[in-house]
Design a protein around this ligand. Structure first.
Ligand SMILES: *Cc1c(COP(=O)(O)O)cnc(C)c1O
Length: 402
């Protein structure tokens, strides 16, 4: 067994390396990978006791696994949550959090600017089961107020949002949700647990796609749901146990090792993103730059209040629309075209034709996603090399116009 951690509060970088670690009888340094589907019992009586809940023993990796449990404990410690359950993907985490909680006849209020598949669950899947869904503009508190004037079972929001980096005043919305009787679920993928602490801002449940910054090296999918112990054990765990969105222990192990460097990677990516946002704002080919910690972001003051840094994504509009956006993406030599984010490799996305194609032109217009909008996920390459890559691609647009 590892020495118990000191009782005094530990800082995030320490928790990311040490939190949740347990050791087998071999006293290994690195977290062990228990790549096993099941577990054996010393006796039939132990099996009986385990199923009856009078003995603590692993049963089956759909319900629990020692490698997965280390990751759950590490994330819970980092988030300041009482409990955590891992899932196979971020979408499985969102789906489990919602379906475990909701019943026919319930009402869900969500911000419109949601990750595409989260939007689909709320707009298309939930109504099939008799759950009413209401969308609001997340930045408009008056709309939240109107929607939450009636009782609601659950509020789902993402802040900052994908891809327009729009913020929600979480403390204000959480207070309205509390009065409406709603459980507040926050998708905190864009901010990461290092930059924003939703539970302290009024959320009840936080969900993550660990596929993004937590793995951070583009290898595996994973998801996490964090909240109060009672809710996790009594509401979420039966849903996960019986429906099986469980993560592979191998993927959990990769994410555990990814977390060890999260506190180095995210600040470095934020520094680079801020510099790149400033660079882009000075270019004539760019008509608008969105970065939460730039003073020209429409919700800059709110961003400074909710977040510790501006994040690892920059969204910007090219004046020349889709044609310019495609030529710009194709001209990049270092930065890859991909729809993932939070990776060590910088990645560029054209939301209107990829991640946000299915929502249709009208909904895109509502969200402010233009044909010239580009989302850039800033990685860990040297900032100067990234800026040179962006500059060369923008120069190409300028030459074409001249
Ligand atoms: C990627 C993402 C998800 C979904 O996560 P997967 O691991 O791809 O299933 C959900 N919400 C946000 C904000 C995301 O960026």
């Amino acid at each position: 067994m590892p020495k118990p951690l000191p009782q005094r509060p530990l800082r995030p970088a320490t928790l990311l390396v040490r939190g949740g670690t347990t050791r087998s009888e071999h006293d290994e340094t690195s977290e062990a990978l228990f790549l096993t589907s099941g577990f054996v019992y010393d006796s039939a009586a132990q099996a009986e006791g385990t199923f009856a809940g009078t003995e603590r023993h692993y049963q089956y990796s759909r319900f629990g696994n020692p490698t997965v449990a280390m990751l759950e404990a590490r994330l819970a410690a980092l988030e300041g949550a009482e409990a955590c359950r891992m899932t196979a993907t971020g979408m499985a985490a969102v789906h489990a959090a919602l379906m475990a909680q909701l019943r026919a006849g319930d009402r869900v209020v969500a911000s419109r600017a949601l990750f595409g598949s989260c939007h689909w669950i709320v707009s298309t899947l939930l109504p099939r089961y008799g759950i009413e869904s209401v969308f609001v503009d997340g930045a408009d508190l008056a709309q939240w107020e109107r929607a939450l004037a009636r009782p609601a079972a659950l509020v789902l929001l993402e802040t900052p949002s994908n891809p327009m980096l729009e913020l929600v005043d979480l403390p204000a919305v959480a207070e309205m949700a509390r009065r409406a009787g709603a459980l507040v679920v926050v998708d905190n993928v864009f901010a990461t647990p290092l930059l924003q602490r939703p539970l302290e801002l009024g959320a009840d449940v936080v969900v993550y796609s660990c596929t993004k910054h937590m793995d951070g090296q583009g290898r595996v999918l994973g998801g996490a749901v964090l909240g109060r112990a009672r809710w996790v054990e009594e509401v979420l765990q039966p849903f996960i146990r019986n429906t099986g969105p469980s993560i592979s222990p191998f993927n959990a192990w990769v994410i555990l090792k990814g977390l060890e460097t999260l506190a180095l990677r995210v600040p470095a990516m934020c520094r680079s993103a801020a510099a790149i946002a400033d660079f882009l704002a000075g270019r004539p080919e760019v008509s608008r730059v969105l970065y939460p910690f730039r003073p020209d972001h429409p919700q800059h003051a709110l961003a400074r209040r909710l977040m510790a840094d501006g994040g690892t994504l920059v969204t910007f509009d090219l004046a020349g629309g889709k044609e310019a956006a495609f030529r710009f993406c194709d001209a990049l030599r270092l930065i890859d075209i991909s729809n993932n984010l939070g990776d060590a490799k910088s990645l560029v996305t054209h939301p209107a034709t990829t991640t946000h194609m299915r929502i249709g032109a009208e909904e895109r217009a509502r969200l402010g996603i233009a044909d010239g909008t580009i989302r850039l996920s800033v990685g860990l390459e040297d900032t100067h090399d990234l800026i040179e890559d962006l500059a060369a691609a923008l120069d190409g647009l300028a030459r074409r116009r001249a």
